[in-house]
Design a protein around this ligand. Sequence first.
Ligand SMILES: Cc1cc2nc3c(=O)[nH]c(=O)nc-3n(C[C@H](O)[C@H](O)[C@H](O)COP(=O)(O)OP(=O)(O)OC[C@H]3O[C@@H](n4cnc5c(N)ncnc54)[C@H](O)[C@@H]3O)c2cc1C
Ligand code: FES
Length: 260
Amino acid sequence: MKQGPASVIINDEIANRVFVLRLEEPAQARDVRPGQFVHLRCGSSLDPLLRRPLSVLRTGANPRNMLPSGQYDVLYDVVGRGTELLTHLRPGDLVDVLGPLGRPFQIERTTKRLLLVAGGVGIVPLVALAEEALRCHLEVTLLAGFRNAGKVFPASLVPEEVEYVVATDDGSLGHAGFVTTLIPTYLTWADQLCACGPVPMLKALTGLPRSPRLPIQIAMEEHMGCAMGVCLGCVVPTRYGYQRVCRDGPVFPLEEMIWS
Ligand SMILES: Cc1cc2nc3c(=O)[nH]c(=O)nc-3n(C[C@H](O)[C@H](O)[C@H](O)COP(=O)(O)OP(=O)(O)OC[C@H]3O[C@@H](n4cnc5c(N)ncnc54)[C@H](O)[C@@H]3O)c2cc1C
Ligand code: FES
């Protein structure tokens, strides 16, 4: 984990108010694993006071990504002041970044067919995981749900070997309805499932008619303060007591979670 200035390479809008920010910081690009995140200072002053966490989409450390080795991409949806400030970044600017942080996804040794389930920007760490899975010669299907067609993650950014199935809440693109309704079709095919998205989507995974042998990992996107395990601003209840999403997660086995 490193804290320091990263140089902005590009900051492009790829969907409606959704941007890809490419940063250059060789140690972070080298060390990050799928599911980990970086903590960015969004403004040049102390407003906003807190950094904002963003998952890493792809890194030049993976030769499949065709990025220079010291660079990596994050993707952000503009939802408030911090992410709005990020839209002002231009190539050559410096951003104070802490990371990589958190526990990554783990592909089980026996996994051959990996099912990924994403809600909104939860797709970011799953695309990173898909890249790793393809390097390990796994078959990968990615089911992804978005509010509407304007928010859909472009297929051109998903590795072409991945079966990419889109659902939109309003039916404006792909399957109409929640992404969770697509999962049962794939349950007998998959031998591991990894998911990231809003809590209601993750919670819905507990009710799936699945084999108890199907391992499920989820990545949480809780509100965060320090991201260093100190402030306890990100804790979630689990079977092992309260756990910090920033240090003990963001990736957890589904069966450990206690949903309120
Ligand atoms: C580990 C982790 C990884 C993340 N990865 C990504 C990513 O790859 N791309 C991305 O776009 N976002 C990601 N997020 C969410 C992102 O951090 C927030 O959207 C961002 O901090 C919002 O900052 P803001 O100042 O723009 O909005 P704020 O002004 O802080 O909030 C605007 C609105 O968004 C809501 N909000 C803020 N943070 C969250 C959150 N964590 N969960 C649910 N609602 C929230 C607020 O309640 C408010 O309604 C991630 C969060 C975590 C914890
Ligand atoms: S954000 Fe401070 S302990 Fe997790």
